[in-house]
Design a protein around this ligand. Sequence first.
Ligand SMILES: [Fe+2]
Ligand SMILES: [Fe+2]
Length: 151
Amino acid sequence: MHMLRKESLTEIMIVEHGKIYDSFAKFRFDSEKDIKRAFRFLNFFKRQEIEHIKIENKLFKAKLAPLEITRILLKQHDKIKALIMMVYKDVYNRIDSTENAEILQEFLKAHLRLEEKMFYPKLDKKLNNSEIEKLRKEISRRMSKIRKAFF
Ligand SMILES: [Fe+2]
Ligand SMILES: [Fe+2]
């Protein structure tokens, strides 16, 4: 009998990042066509990203993660929240959000890659299977609650 290989937290987060990134791309695609739809997708993205940041900030501050990189990632989370507010204000005021949305999208993309390469693989080495499973369940519960509320 051999052990089943458990999913790593890195793999779980790569999937999460993909979903969040795609929801922003969907907003960007729709934003020029239909303001109501644009708002809906922007809200969908915003709710997911804010919840994701809450989950991560807790992970960054956990004793298992005393990594220098978490200081940078925490600062990037603040910047992401500020950029989301800028895009939100544009859409709210019916101003073309293209420029701010592009800045946010690029910043977000780099941030997600940094986490996937420099944070999660290191955290994975410190976590056992049951800790990963516990996190997977919590992430799934919190994120699906938001996703179900929209679609
Ligand atoms: Fe993050
Ligand atoms: Fe993340």
